[in-house]
Design a protein around this ligand. Sequence first.
Ligand SMILES: Cc1ncc(COP(=O)(O)O)c(C=O)c1O
Length: 430
Amino acid sequence: MTTEARATAGVDVAELLGLFPHGTRLADDGVLVVGGCRLDDVAAAYGTPTYVVAEDALRRQARRLREGLAARWPRSRVLFASKSLPARAVYHLMHDEGLGIDVAGGGELLLALDAGVPGSAIVQHGNAKTDDEIRRAAQAGVGTVVVDGEGEIGRLEQLGRDGQPVLLRVQPGVDPGTYAGVSTGQRGSKFGVPIEDAPRLLNRLANSSRLDLRGIHLHLGSQMFGLDPYRKAIDVVSALGEFDVYDVGGGLAVRYTFDEHPPSIEEWLDVVTEAARQGLPSGAELWVEPGRACVAESTVTLYRIVTIKHGSPTFVAVDGGIADNFEASTYIGTRFQATIATRVGGDELVDVVGRQCESGDRIAAGVRLQDPVIGDLVAVPVTGAYTHTLANNYNGALRAPVVFCRDGVMTPVVRRDTDADLLARELAFP
Ligand SMILES: Cc1ncc(COP(=O)(O)O)c(C=O)c1O
């Protein structure tokens, strides 16, 4: 079957390829090529499951964000929300592309520093920063600390560095219109301080002899399709007074399936900067901190089919699942597309499920594959965000490697767990 003939089958191949990293193409024999690397070659070299990152696509997205914001608001900064894909190579790449780095825990700080990111380029988050994390951030000379609650102020004054620049994270009280598990900017959130407490706390920070209050932080939620909440939130914080810095968080949705049509990065930046022009001081610095929109589309997870159960539905079970894509199976739910990596397209309706012991372990429900058979490679696009970072050893799974692909060269940047890793934390018992 030629590539053209395949394109006429059930799935619109061009649309499907549109979910894959920028630059993805089909080889003459129909095999998917990501970052210039054939996916069958990646599987042969690194096994499955594997996260395959198209390095150029990742860099392109980082640039699109940084240049897009700078064109609309020159005094601006894009921070990479590193919780979405915390691998040293990614920290290095984002810093190299001129993004700042948002870390939300001592481990992310460690990875960022180890990747060569200077402390000054790092913004520290966390609704429950430990004393140790505050001290480590001070030692690293972290550029900005986002104060997440009243109780943190005294601890930062005591344990942080003298003159530490800070932002205050506020709850604008705006419903982000997304999944409850990833909503953060509404009233009653565990993050930030209620908007009515903000004036008092801002006053306290402004009068601190140890901390340097620079501005306001907000983050509304994740996988947000609507842009109105950004308008409303910026309007709410504009009433708090004039500051040097406004960080309006991340949260932009990405397109996982054909039915989803999130705003583009450019549309998001248009709305955010327009709202800033209406409500914020014109000389202020405007920061955004996307994670998902920065990394999701750069990556494909590659699996191998282990078994197929024909029926209604037909289950195509692969050698991964919850262990490598926790978010899909749990708090956000199944919403991926998939294809056989060597026979793209097709019209056989199946559910691609994982091998972990949960019925919710569905990677892609109701997708169309072409004649799936045991041993085929399955490629699941848009898996750069919140996959590697939430990977786990459920059912004794060995966590998957991360492989960068660029111009046909494969570079592993995180290796697969080994049996020895699995046993490493186990101690002798009497
Ligand atoms: C403070 C903060 N900023 C940014 C982000 C990134 O969000 P997203 O990946 O949806 O862009 C998060 C995600 O949880 C966050 O908590």
